[in-house]
Design a protein around this ligand. Structure first.
Ligand SMILES: [Zn+2]
Length: 315
């Protein structure tokens, strides 16, 4: 069943519609728990598109194992997806900064309020993001410290490699996930892959995780795979940011999720005109790269990667 959950009229003759697909068990007498899979809040992040497709395909294949409701929202920002734009194009607005919205407000505030109303009350929500076009992320779940006790055990079912508990900040209070978590609907934020691309292996990994989560909620009785055990980081000092010291072209020497020793070369920043090496970027600590620069052009200060320090991995 496909339903429009929110719509607003655009200036000339068109309508912005946000749709969901609801999959319900055949027959009656089932548990009415509900999981919502949300993606496409940022129009340039496409990794979640494949997850929506593959999850639905696998549910339909063994429909008798479904014992609850699955709501799939593949395109929270459909105009952005269609025009390869991160924000809502006509409004030049980051959609993940407009929640909780306002039913009496302007068009985008109303849109946000209606979306939130539809998703609220789910027993579990996954909000799937895909970094941006500049950085590739290992499949990970990011959790606001305020909700860590409730969300870490749920995130551990999701077959991701890494759980990053971060500090709460005012900026994050206008996100979709914050709005849900602060009003009693548990929402996990997944970050994986890279903007404007689909990494099928990561998508398949997360779909396995979603089935695990559904199994633990009692809404899936089919076979599941044992989830990989994620590394959990709860302290800001566990993570080391690596930034470019010069502008140029970043040429990596390492691969993503590679374990590094202090002093290992992560890559070089080069100048194609003079042929000079502007910076040899070395790992400042022993650790593992969970974020790596994907887009080669860098400015001074651009993020090259994020390393998780080795002490955390050993725990
Ligand atoms: Zn995003």
């Amino acid at each position: 069943m496909i339903k429009t959950v929110a719509e607003i009229a655009l200036p000339v003759d068109e309508v912005l519609r946000i749709k969901k697909r609801r999959i319900i068990p055949d027959g009656s007498g089932n548990n009415k728990k509900r999981i919502s899979i949300v993606t496409g809040i940022h129009g340039d992040e496409l990794e979640g598109q494949y997850v929506c497709f593959e999850l639905a395909r696998r549910i339909e294949e063994n429909k008798e194992c479904l014992k609850g409701i699955v709501d799939i929202y593949p395109a929270m920002n459909p105009l952005g997806i269609d025009s390869i734009t991160r924000g809502i194009p006509a409004f030049d607005l980051d959609m993940n900064r407009i929640f909780p919205g306002n039913a009496e407000g302007n068009m985008t505030e109303l849109l946000a309020a209606n979306i939130l109303k539809d998703v609220s009350g789910s027993d579990m929500v996954l909000d799937i993001h895909a970094s941006n076009i500049y950085l590739t992320e290992i499949p990970q779940i990011r959790i606001n410290r305020l909700n860590k006790d409730e969300l870490i055990p749920l995130a551990e079912s999701c077959n991701v490699d890494f759980i990053w508990v971060h500090e709460s900040s005012t900026v994050l209070e206008s996100t979709f996930a914050y709005s849900l978590n602060s009003t009693g609907t548990p929402c996990l934020v997944v970050e994986m892959g890279v903007g404007m691309r689909i990494t099928k292996t990561y998508g398949d990994q997360l779909v396995d995780g979603i089935f695990n989560l559904m199994h633990s909620m009692g809404i899936w009785t089919g076979e599941t795979k044992t989830p990989r055990k994620p590394i959990v980081s709860e302290n800001a000092e566990d993570v080391c940011f690596i930034n470019a010291a010069a502008g140029g072209l970043f040429i990596p020497d390492v691969t993503h999720w590679e374990t590094l020793e202090k002093g290992d070369r992560i890559g070089r920043i080069i100048d194609p005109l003079s042929g000079k090496i502007l910076q040899n970027i070395e790992s400042p600590v022993d650790g593992i790269l969970f974020t790596i620069r994907e887009y080669p052009i860098v400015d001074e200060g651009s993020l090259i990667g994020r390393l998780l320090k080795k002490e955390v991995m050993a725990v």
